[in-house]
Write a protein that binds this ligand. Structure first.
Ligand code: ANZ
Ligand code: ZN
Length: 866
């Protein structure tokens, strides 16, 4: 049927129609989730946003993907939970407070209000009744309860550690905040300080967190690998070296080192201590030069990268270490800048021939280099180490009883011998460290502990929770406003009643996001979690977010869930059964002649064909890069939604590239999506007058072009269903374009043809529903339905319309025809080969010979060569 000319038809008014359906969903309360034991649930969650004030395109992509899944699963009959909240504590609010004199709470809640409206304008199928912000006292009160529960179960402890201290901002800095040894904000040289703080014992779960990764099939391989590397399991040994040569040696006992290469023990030429090893401290007490050396090491900062790239330097102590397998050998003992205190035992033995750091060190301090692993095919008399350590495989030599063994065999053998001599034992070492959560900040969850001079740290009694943040704080003095507050920290010890002080630290904001997904199950519960609710909803069936959270957030959430399972609070051991990480949004960059970045919205076409700014300056286009504020190549979702509506933005987000890849935002792309919206609108509008009423029974006879269209429609149903299940949204979109093309060329000749047209339009609308919910809801109504499309069930494809036409292929063996086989048209090569080989006549002709070659001419011949 030809489309009616545009003039006669109403143009699609996105703004009006989107608001109309948003309020219809909200009035019907469609997306409110309720536990329904016995009904199959599906929990979809996107990583909750930080309330920066405005949504960006990354949010649009993230929430569009999640919404497609949520709407689709609802239509498939699942009881869907799709909540939203705010990851609301953190430093930007404090910075805003300092710079603009707004209270962090006001700044945060204002931002939340603005972003909530923006999210609502996207038409997301969210259960807003469960909304919370992590800075709500109702939320962080429960987090304090959890903290105390972890404490009661011995999973929280207090210890002193070396931290980066900014002497100007009076705060601890993360390693990433130390740039060239200076604080990122203050620019002041960073100091190392030994500070007490609270730690979560995540290392108690290292082994299980690692092992379970192998079974997490619905997580991306690369994320699992990153977590495995982060947990970093190393098999090795602890080896004891008796010490001599200084008074400190007598009191200390043997030096215990951790090695992953005990097979190289005979190649040892020195031992080294971390600058923060207790033995170093003991020696430094009477050695000012050593103290100076340690101070110099401290200026390097604590990051592994800094330590890795710095020149290897050492300080020779008066100690010597006796080789555990050869009492006659004495090794010098150094303090070395590349030995970390918080890995292994904080001391090492150095084998320069087979470790590059040790080799650099040995060359610098003129220590012996004895190879003990001989590369395959190398000549033992001639093999020598130059500037490069040999880290490959080989057979052991220069090593007494280990000579001739392979590396793995030598590892086993030497560990046995060390055990016999009580000079060492095999161990497993993890790279993962316990999680330090104390932060000297205001805008976070207060740590619910009171420090008493007599009783030590005492948990705040339950009836005194929550410990709320005081509102009357100033941000003018550097440092932590909680510590400066005149009265807030002064309390009586809950145990002995003496005057005591609150802990003035707040928790790392990663704690807030380590259990929010569980809190969504019972957001108003009087305890952290309501077990019935969390056991019904957890785990999250599909979690969606950025790959930048591959390690910390996801690992901490896994740790929390395992701990809660251990306490008996939840049944699930893992928080996220499925994880999807979406790609970034990119955009072309633009610069003015003076090099300044120009926003895409300021760029216009010049008369000369080039580009210019609104005020006429010439503009050159640069590379397509990740949208970022610094390059100013961002596009504001609010403007896009204002201009084209949310459906158009959602459709473009899904159409362009596979969701795990980068997608480039272009004007042409959004325009194309907008054209499709209007095309769909016209397609339905122009047909409405002629369609049979909704509910008309299917005609008995459907043939010709009508039957062809039905086949196409039902193939699209099966295809789009499969594509959504597989996260191939761009393929689903391509199929819907194809179906639309098919419909545009369709001419309904009779009543049966019109019945098929209605079916096709309805299917098109239903399949497009999860992606463009507003437009399709409107079309659904115009097609005569009284219920909401959001509540409608997902269509099923009719099986017999999917069956392909079949073809007959000849099977030849060495050029001779032996059989014929029947296959669906366009069956692939493998299917043809399998069918040919399954034929008994072909089997006889092959006489058990191996196949040398298989040639398949699609739809015609399979030729087997033996
Ligand atoms: C002797 C040796 C010989 C080593 C050799 C390597 C090669 P991963 O794989 O990361 O576990 N090491 C141990 N503790 C250390 C610390 N606190 N700071 C710096 N380095 C430390 O690395 C383990 C290896 O790193 C250990 O094995 C040790 O050097 C070093 F041919 O011992 B090895
Ligand atoms: Zn006390």
């Amino acid at each position: 049927m030809p489309e009616r000319p545009h003039a006669q038809m109403s143009r699609y008014n996105a703004k009006e129609i989107e608001v109309k359906w948003q309020s219809a969903w909200s009035n019907a309360d469609c997306f409110r989730a309720e536990e329904a034991p016995g009904r199959e649930k599906y929990y979809v969650l996107e990583m909750f946003p930080y309330p920066s004030g405005r949504i960006h395109m990354g949010h649009v992509r993230n929430y569009t993907i999640g919404d497609v899944i949520a709407r689709y699963k609802r239509a498939r009959g699942f009881n869907v939970l799709h909540p939203m909240g705010w990851d609301a504590f953190g430093l930007p609010a404090e910075n805003a407070a300092m710079e603009r004199k707004i209270h962090p709470a006001k700044w945060t809640y204002d931002n939340i209000a603005a972003m909530r409206d923006q999210l609502k304008s996207m038409g997301l199928s969210l259960d807003w009744s469960r909304e919370f912000a992590t800075c709500d006292p109702e939320y962080y009160a429960q987090q304090q309860r959890l903290f105390l529960e972890f404490m009661a179960h011995d999973l929280v402890y207090r210890k002193e550690t070396w931290v980066n201290w900014d002497p100007v901002d009076h705060t601890v800095l993360a390693n990433e905040q130390v740039i060239d040894g200076k604080g990122w904000r203050s620019g002041a040289p960073v100091e190392r300080r030994n500070l007490p703080g609270w730690f979560f014992k995540i290392t108690a779960f290292a082994e299980e967190l690692l092992d379970e990764l192998q079974r997490m099939e619905r997580w991306p391989e690369k994320v699992r690998l990153m977590q495995a590397n982060w947990i970093g399991r190393s098999e090795g040994a602890r080896v004891f070296f008796p010490l001599e040569g200084a008074p400190a040696a007598e009191t200390h006992g043997p030096l215990e080192v951790f090695t992953t290469r005990p097979d190289t023990l005979f190649g040892a030429s020195f031992c080294a201590l971390s600058p923060h090893h207790p033995l170093t401290a003991a020696l430094a007490a009477t050695d000012p030069d050593l103290r100076a050396f340690v101070a110099e090491c401290d200026r390097l900062g604590t990051s592994e990268e800094a330590i890795e790239t710095a020149e290897k330097r050492g300080y020779k102590t008066p100690l010597t270490a006796r080789h555990p397998l050869n009492a006659d050998r004495r090794l010098p003992v150094y303090v070395a800048n590349f030995v970390l205190m918080d890995y292994g035992t904080g001391s090492i033995f150095g084998c320069p021939a087979h470790d590059q750091r040790d080799l650099d060190f040995a060359r610098k301090y003129d220590l012996s280099v004895t190879p003990v692993v001989l590369p395959p095919d190398a000549d033992p008399a001639a093999f020598a180490i130059g500037d490069e350590a040999y880290v490959g495989d080989g057979s052991i030599y220069n090593s007494e009883f280990l000579n001739g063994l392979s590396v793995p065999d030598a590892k086993r053998r030497v560990v046995e011998r060390l055990a016999e001599l009580t000079a060492g034992r095999g161990t497993v070492q993890f790279r993962l460290r316990d999680w330090g959560v104390s932060r000297q900040r205001y805008w976070g969850c207060p740590i619910p502990v009171i420090h008493c001079a007599a009783c030590g740290p005492v948990p705040v009694p339950d009836e005194q929770l929550p410990v709320t943040l005081p509102e009357d704080v100033g941000f003018d003095t550097p440092g932590n406003p909680l510590a400066h507050h005149p009265t807030w920290k002064q309390v009586d010890c809950p145990r002995c009643g003496a005057a005591a002080e609150r802990d003035t630290d707040t928790m790392d904001t990663f704690v807030d996001s380590s259990w929010y997904f569980a809190r969504f199950c019972s957001p108003r519960a009087e305890q952290p979690l309501d077990s019935a609710a969390s056991n019904y909803w957890l785990p999250v069936d599909q979690y969606i977010g950025g790959v930048e959270h591959a390690v910390l957030h996801l690992l901490y959430a896994r740790f929390f869930t395992r701990a809660l399972q251990r306490f008996g609070t939840v049944e699930a051991a893992e928080p996220f059964a499925g994880l999807f990480t979406q790609g970034m949004i990119t955009h072309a960059t633009y610069r003015a002649e003076d090099g300044a970045w120009i926003e895409p919205s300021e760029v216009a076409q010049a008369e000369t064909g080039g580009l210019k700014t609104g005020d006429g300056r010439a503009v050159t286009q640069g590379r397509v890069e990740k949208m970022s504020k610094s390059k100013r190549n961002t596009v504001d979702p609010a403007t896009i939604i204002e201009t084209y509506g949310a459906d158009t933005a959602r459709w473009f987000m899904l159409s362009d590239s596979p969701p795990e890849r980068e997608m480039e935002w272009t004007d042409a792309g959004i325009e194309g999506a907008w054209r499709f919206v209007n095309r769909l609108w016209r397609l339905v509008e122009s047909a409405l007058d002629n369609l049979p009423p909704q509910g008309t029974p299917r005609p008995a006879v459907i043939e010709g072009p009508a039957l062809d269209l039905r086949r196409q429609v039902h193939k699209a149903v099966a295809g789009v269903t499969h594509d959504i299940e597989a996260f191939h949204f761009n393929k689903a979109v391509a199929r819907l374009y194809e179906l639309t093309n098919g419909l545009s060329g369709y001419d309904a000749r009779d009543a049966a043809g019109l019945w098929v047209l209605r079916e096709a339009l309805e299917m098109l609308v239903r399949l497009t529903g999860p992606m463009m919910p507003h437009l399709t809801e409107e079309l659904w109504q115009r097609l005569g339905h009284t219920g909401l499309l959001a509540d409608a069930v997902w269509p099923d494809a009719e099986r017999d319309l999917l069956i392909e036409e079949s073809v007959v292929l000849a099977v030849q063996v060495n050029g001779k025809k032996r059989a014929t086989i029947e296959l669906p048209r366009d069956a692939d090569k493998q299917a043809a080969e399998e069918a040919a080989l399954a034929d008994p006549a072909v089997q006889r002709a092959l006489q058990g010979h191996a196949l040398r070659k298989v040639i398949v001419v699609p739809n015609r011949i399979v030729n087997l060569v033996i």
